[in-house]
Design a protein around this ligand. Structure first.
Ligand code: FES
Ligand code: FE2
Length: 339
């Protein structure tokens, strides 16, 4: 191993790339329509094997995958029975809150018969779950987005997904790092960039004039507002001729990689919504192209705890101070002072 690497479960982790652990907060598990009533799915996030299921009453629950009894994977052959998940090995039943509610061959359930469950909420067509390194309860909320139920917006979410070898904090930093827009994305630096934070939510806004190719070279004036709900869920609104809402979700798979899921809806510009749907398609192609430009930088960069910044670099120190609240223990100071 090179210096700066540690070995976890036989896997070498380059700790110098990200000197921080998993951030606490809300994350996207699945889109709602990816989990039908009675369906069970195995997931892997936060370097943990997980199982998600939807009860017969329609409630989605997320548990650690391995049964506390003798270790079977509940997501491989487990079955929904009423409001519980039945283990495929000896048929013990687990409720969504993690309690064992039935042992088919025993009258007495051991008092400590519990598995780990993760708080979930379902709204905006998304199943969110709460991760906290010390299992503390949720300390903030994800809002209901009015556009999702507005008949003037397209639906369902137009979706794209990537697995990227990076960390959510690094991806969100990209939003406030506006000096990368020109070299990486061929976009002119925005005017009037503002970053502010209020507890677990941070917001950046910008007004820009952008030539939108899906609109046949029409120059559209776009106001952008991006709200970060912790480091896992980002809502970005583009208001212009063609208004869109992006739901961006960044969920760590393990210490080195992150699932990036982008959903978008657009405001209908004609009666049928067909024009908006094709504009959205072209727009999301553009988003995918922009992410493919960021990806090689994200996957090969290192986090500089004390970066060498100049005055025009924008609110990177402010962003990092805000982001530091989501860690139970920082292994390095947030950094970001102008030198
Ligand atoms: S391993 Fe799950 S019931 Fe035995
Ligand atoms: Fe970027």
């Amino acid at each position: 191993m090179r210096s700066g690497e540690i070995e976890i479960l036989g896997k070498e982790i380059d700790v110098q790339r990200f000197p921080f652990s998993f951030p606490n907060g809300w994350y996207q598990a699945l889109y709602s329509d990816d989990l039908e009533i009675g369906e069970v799915k195995a997931l892997r996030y936060f370097a943990r094997d997980l199982v998600i299921f939807r009860s017969e009453a329609g409630e989605a629950s997320l548990l650690d995958a391995h049964c506390p009894h003798l270790g079977a994977h509940l997501g491989i052959g487990g079955k929904v029975v009423g409001s519980s998940l039945q283990c495929p090995f000896h048929a013990w039943e687990w409720a969504g809150d993690g309690r064992c509610v039935k042992i088919p061959y025993s009258e007495r359930i051991p008092a400590n018969a519990r598995t780990v469950s993760y708080p979930t909420i379902e709204r905006n067509g998304v199943i969110y779950f709460w991760y906290h390194a010390e299992n503390e309860d949720p300390s903030f909320d994800i809002p209901e987005l009015p556009e999702v139920v507005d008949p003037h917006f397209t639906r369902p979410w137009w979706r794209s997904e990537w697995t990227i070898r990076t960390h959510p904090q690094e991806i969100l930093e990209n939003g406030v790092d506006f000096q990368h827009l020109n070299p990486v994305h061929d976009l002119s630096p925005p005017e009037g960039f503002r970053f502010e934070s209020n507890g677990p939510i941070s917001t950046w806004t910008v007004g820009s004039s952008k030539s939108a190719e899906p609109l046949d070279g029409v120059t559209d004036t776009i106001d952008i507002r991006t709200d970060n709900y912790g480091l896992g869920v980002v809502i970005s609104r583009y208001v212009g001729f063609f208004s869109t809402l992006l739901h961006l979700a960044y969920t760590p798979i393990d210490e080195e990689s992150c699932r990036v899921v982008v959903g978008s809806i657009g405001k209908c510009t004609d009666e049928s919504g067909d024009q908006a749907q094709s504009l959205l398609e072209a727009y999301m192609d553009d988003v995918a192209g922009q992410i493919s430009r960021d990806k090689p930088i994200w996957e090969n960069k290192r986090y500089r705890a004390k970066p060498l910044l100049c005055e025009e670099d924008g609110p990177i120190p402010e962003y990092r101070r805000w982001a530091s609240q989501f860690y139970s223990e920082m292994t390095s100071p947030p950094g970001g002072e102008v030198v």
